[in-house]
Design a protein around this ligand. Structure first.
Ligand SMILES: NC(=O)c1ccc[n+]([C@@H]2O[C@H](COP(=O)([O-])OP(=O)(O)OC[C@H]3O[C@@H](n4cnc5c(N)ncnc54)[C@H](OP(=O)(O)O)[C@@H]3O)[C@@H](O)[C@H]2O)c1
Length: 277
C-alpha cells in the first residue's frame, strides 16, 4: 500500500502526508513562499477558467499581483473578480456548451496565450453513492471536469505557441492507485471518474502537442478551504487544508517548474511529488 513516500511519489493518506511534512519541517510543503519566485510570470498572458471564485479567483488575483496579463474565462463573473482589474473577463462560458467553447478563441483579445490553466471542477456529494445514484449528475460532473478541459483547450489551441504551457487542474481523487487508501468503501463515483478521465485526456494531449513544444502539467492543486470542500470542514486543520491564496502559489510554483521533460506527469502541488495513476 502506498502509505510512505519514496523520492518519486507523494503519500496517499492526506493526514499522514501532512503529519510527515510537519515532522520533517518540510518548508516546500508548509510555506510555499520559501521557494516561490513569481518573477518569470511578469508579462505572461495567462488564461484561467473558473476564475470567479475559489482557486481560480485566487490564481487570477496572484497572477495580477505579480504582473501577468490575466484572461478570466467564466460562466458568470463575480464582484471579487471584477475588482481585480484583470486584462479581460470572458463570461457566459459554460464549459459543457460546445458552441460557447468553440467561439472562445475569437473572443480572446491581444494575441497568443503563454499559459492556459483549466481549473473548473464540480463536486456534488448527493447521488454519488451506489444505492442512490443520480446519473444526470454523474454525467454532468464528467462533462464539466473532463470534457470541459478538453473543449476549452481544443478551442484555444490555435492561440498556444512553442513554449506555451497547459495546466490541467485535476485531483488526487483521479488516482486509481490511491483508491485503496482514500476510498476503501467506494463512493464518489461521478467525481472520481471525472478526475481520472481528466488525467487520461491530459496525457493524450501532452503526447499530441509535444511536437509543438507545448508542455502539459497535470496537477492536484492540494487540499484547500473552498466551497467545494466546505462539507469536509472538520478535517481542514488536521489534514492541512490551506487558503486558496496559498493553493494558487503552489500551483504557480509547479507551473513555473513545468518543462517538456516534466510534461504529462501527474503532480501533487502540496509537495511537488508525483501521484501514481
Ligand atoms: N478545493 C480543493 O481542496 C481541491 C482539491 C482537489 C482538486 N480541486 C480542484 O480544483 C479546482 C478548483 O476547485 P475549487 O475548490 O476552487 O472549487 P469551487 O470553489 O467549487 O470552484 C469551481 C469553479 O468551477 C466553475 N464551474 C463549475 N461548473 C462550471 C461550468 N459548467 N462551466 C464553467 N465553469 C464551471 C465554477 O464556476 P460557477 O461558480 O460559475 O459555477 C467555479 O469557478 C477544481 O477543478 C477542483 O476539482 C480542488
Amino acid at each position: 500500500m502506498l502509505v510512505m513516500s519514496d523520492e518519486r511519489y507523494s503519500i496517499a493518506d492526506q493526514k499522514a502526508r501532512f503529519d510527515r511534512a510537519k515532522r520533517e519541517n518540510n518548508r516546500r510543503y508548509l510555506d510555499i513562499t520559501t521557494v516561490y519566485d513569481p518573477s518569470s510570470l511578469q508579462g505572461q498572458r495567462v488564461a484561467v477558467t473558473g476564475a470567479n471564485k475559489g482557486l481560480g479567483l485566487a490564481l487570477a488575483a496572484e497572477l495580477t499581483h505579480v504582473g501577468a496579463e490575466v484572461i478570466a474565462i467564466v460562466k458568470s463573473s463575480s464582484s471579487e473578480l471584477e475588482e481585480l482589474g484583470v486584462r479581460q473577463i470572458i463570461s457566459g462560458i459554460d464549459v459543457t456548451d460546445d458552441e460557447k467553447c468553440a467561439g472562445l478563441s475569437e473572443q480572446v483579445e491581444g494575441g497568443p496565450i503563454d499559459i492556459l490553466i483549466n481549473n473548473v471542477g464540480f463536486l456534488k456529494r448527493e447521488g454519488e453513492q451506489l444505492d442512490s445514484l443520480d446519473f444526470p449528475t454523474q454525467i454532468k460532473t464528467i462533462d464539466i471536469s473532463a470534457c470541459g478541459h478538453l473543449r476549452v483547450t481544443s478551442a484555444l489551441l490555435g492561440l498556444l505557441k512553442e513554449g506555451s504551457k497547459v495546466i490541467m487542474i485535476t485531483s488526487q481523487a483521479g488516482s486509481i492507485g490511491w483508491r485503496e487508501v482514500q476510498s476503501p468503501n467506494g463512493g464518489n463515483y461521478g467525481h472520481h471518474m471525472s478526475k481520472a478521465s481528466a488525467n487520461m485526456l491530459s496525457v493524450l494531449l501532452a503526447n499530441e502537442v509535444k511536437n509543438r513544444g507545448i508542455a502539459v502539467g497535470i496537477f492536484h492543486p492540494g487540499f484547500q478551504k473552498t466551497d467545494m470542500t466546505s462539507e469536509m470542514k472538520d478535517t481542514w486543520e488536521s489534514e492541512g487544508a490551506v487558503d486558496p491564496s496559498v493553493g494558487a502559489k503552489r500551483v504557480l510554483y509547479e507551473t513555473i517548474q513545468l518543462s517538456m521533460e516534466k510534461s504529462g506527469k501527474f503532480r501533487n502541488c502540496e509537495d511537488g511529488l508525483e501521484i501514481p495513476w
